[in-house]
Design a binder for this molecule. Sequence first.
Ligand code: AMP
Ligand code: ZN
Length: 470
Amino acid sequence: MRLYNTLSRQEEEFAPLDGRTVRMYTCGLTVYARGHVGNFRTFVALDVLRRVLKYHAGYQVRQVMNFTDVDDRTIAESQKAGVPLREYTDRFIAAFKEDAAALGLEPVEENPRATDEDNLRAMTELIGALERNGHTYASEGSTYFKIATLPGYGKLARLDHAGMKSGARVDSDKYEKEDARDFVLWKATRPGEPTWDFGVGPGRPGWHIECSAMARRLLGDTIDIHAGGVDLIFPHHENEIAQSEGATGKTFSRFWVHVEHLMMDDGEKMSKSIGNVFTVHDVLQQGFRASALRFLLLSVHYRKQLRYSVVGLEQAEEALKRLSDFLSRLDLVRGVAAHPAVQARVADARAEFGRMLDADVNVPGAVGVMFDLVRALNSAIDAGEVGQPDVPSIREAFDSFDRILGVMALRRAEDERPPVPVKEIEHLISERQAARRRRDFAAADRIRLDLDARGIVLEDTAGGTRWKRK
Ligand code: AMP
Ligand code: ZN
């Protein structure tokens, strides 16, 4: 398969170094707030890439996705909330797991946290190797990476060396390309901040060293794919390359994959700092299904910006309904004859779907192939040209499409779950009973109608009130 590599700015033929197992590192969420839908655009796109590598290309995948649970932002927000850092970030890790499950993200092999002791030790070791190789210096208790010591610095972001300020330093985790400077590896302790000392002096890690160290500890010196959103190209990924290659002298990652941003209607990127964010949880509260949100997020090629809109979400829901109506229709096919033309059409679509995935994970192209097949088969069913013997291979084809897209499986799981949590239904039933006891029938009725609107019907029987899905 071909995959675009940010490092070469070209599509290249991809295969893992050892021919079997893809070792992939994904920069995960900075857990200072609940992840927003923009973050999940990247995570859904990379989940699809993972599925393509596994189920289409047939590789094993060993994927690491970290939680950044110590950096400038997590420290600032936990201080604001007056909650210890670890306890503060725990909440957003739990929320991430809930949202990831709702969107049908496959669990990855490892979810390391930067503040786990093994990882802090790995960071210290990496800084030690950089010191030995002459890439660091200390100033006021902090340790910096000296970018002038690495001739290749800037190769990912294609930095102009003439503009770099040698010797100037930057302490913050995020800064602009124009400000390429010596960056901090380990920051000296500041009052009120968490601090560790494993050998580089008391302090805490800079953001960039975290990913380099966790990737190396869990995947080795050279990995196959490193991925994240496009905003990470500089400085984060540039600095990761500098740290890892400066320490080991080996190529850090063979491929760099970057997902374009989710934008808002007004053309602005969805971002916590702009303040135009909402979460997966918010979208579900508005009555949309997670399967529709997943479908919307994967429907645009990962290297193109995606505009978020409610209309887009409604269209995604419509498309998935069309797909599930078609699949239900297959149950009603009655003809007994097999139709070789149908078999051939399905085989063509499967091959074409695969070719789309081979071309830099062209998911919109693949989705187009799938819906063309739905249209063709609907017409064939109308014309009585599909028989029961054709159905298993049709189902198999759609199952194979969904192993990559992961939307129909998600929808089936949603259908099996009540649209309102059982606890909440039970609570509302007892509130309704209480309202009736005090003869407030208007309130009791409001509860019944409200549940009805959310897809739950109440039935009053001699044995009490029962509920069922509409
Ligand atoms: P952060 O929590 O800021 O470290 O971001 C987690 C991941 O989400 C990174 O891979 C970012 O590049 C990605 N990301 C942040 N904002 C957006 C957005 N609006 N669209 C797509 N990806 C994003
Ligand atoms: Zn990272």
